[in-house]
Design a protein around this ligand. Structure first.
Ligand code: GDP
Ligand code: ZN
Length: 323
């Protein structure tokens, strides 16, 4: 029994058990102290990336304390409204898409960028599979679209190794989260960075063109280059959490940057007169695809707000005859 708490970081979680890498280097399994399970916090009380303190309990370890999170990557739970913290204490986000197979869908790319922005990250866009026919052209147009907004765009190939050095330089310290739809090559990139991993990589289903899910649950992976990567599968089909319609603009840098030029404060940039954002779209200074994504995410946030209002009406205290 050691009375001093052992500090560490949660590398994996599943079935009520946590894989914790202690600061001394040892990797141990730990369970949650009963009190921690009941703590009312957003999402789970302990998630991958959390900095924790463990204590010995019999032959095993328990999580005694969770340190305050410096950051968290949040998404909406599947089909639900509840926020889900995917991973905590991430230092940077890399959005992974493919130049080809699957072809990059602007709506999805913009959604992933916006989710990262909503969590407080200014992401890097990794454009994988540039080795495929048409890949370099696709990458060039993505550089043209996202570069001027301020997103670094990194064309690469997990097959030929192109761009891997630039990637290694970016993720050589701290914790990086790779988010993106399945089938874009995240597992292949991780295998290339860290061959011992031997992650299973999926093949594209010919019928749907969509990648199969090949991994479940977030986890951290310590890389040879010194950095740590958060593998967060299933981030392709998520909603924007924690934003009301008015805040969506904040997740589109080229839109929020122009808001001061709008005639009305709180302009939604949809139907208002003298809107600097719509003028910029018409002038070709803001890409139409970006504007469409903005409107779609704004609508989505607005209908989530409306749902929330309905729910709170339903949840009001019961009528006397129901008691
Ligand atoms: P994940 O679902 O994002 O983890 O994607 P995978 O790593 O499983 O890759 C999906 C498919 O794309 C697999 O068949 C990979 O072999 C293939 N793939 C991954 N990276 C590349 C690449 O850079 N070039 C090419 N041509 N294929 C790739
Ligand atoms: Zn406006």
């Amino acid at each position: 029994m050691s009375p001093t708490p052992a500090p560490g970081v949660v590398y994996g979680a599943g079935g009520g058990s946590y894989e914790v890498r202690l600061d001394q280097g040892e990797v141990v399994e730990a369970s949650l102290r009963g009190r921690l399970k009941q703590e009312p916090r957003t999402g789970e009380s302990v998630v991958v990336g959390d900095h924790v303190e463990l204590a010995r309990r019999g032959n095993g370890w328990v999580v005694e304390r969770v340190l305050e999170r410096a950051s968290q990557l949040v998404r909406r739970g599947p089909g639900g409204r509840r926020a889900k913290v995917a991973v905590a204490n991430v230092d940077r986000v890399l959005v992974v898409i493919a130049a080809r197979e699957p072809d990059p869908a602007p709506a999805l790319v913009d959604r992933l960028l916006a989710i990262s922005e909503a969590s407080g990250f200014h992401p890097v866009l990794l454009v994988n599979k540039v080795d495929l026919p048409g890949g370099p052209d696709a990458a060039t147009s993505l550089v043209g679209l996202y570069g001027p907004i301020g997103y670094p765009v990194l064309p690469m190939s997990a097959v030929t190794g192109q761009g891997m050095e630039a990637l290694t330089q970016r993720i050589g310290y701290g914790v990086s989260a790779l988010v993106g739809p399945s089938g874009t090559g995240k597992s292949s990139i991780l295998n290339r960075l860290h061959p011992e991993l031997g992650l299973r990589t999926g093949t594209l289903s010919r019928k749907t063109g969509k990648g199969r899910h090949t991994t479940v649950g977030a986890r951290l992976i310590a890389l040879e280059c010194g950095g740590v990567v958060a593998d967060t599968p299933g981030f392709g089909d998520v909603g924007v959490w924690g934003m009301n319609a008015a805040e969506v603009a904040r997740c589109f840098p080229e839109i929020s940057f122009r808001e001061d030029g709008c005639r009305f404060r709180g302009c939604a940039h949809v139907r208002e007169p003298d809107c600097a954002v719509r003028q910029a779209v018409e002038a070709g200074e803001v890409a139409e695809s970006r504007y469409r994504s903005y409107v779609a995410l704004r609508d989505e946030a607005a209908s989530a707000e409306a749902r929330e209002t309905r729910t709170s009406l339903v949840r009001r205290s019961p009528l006397p005859e129901e008691e």
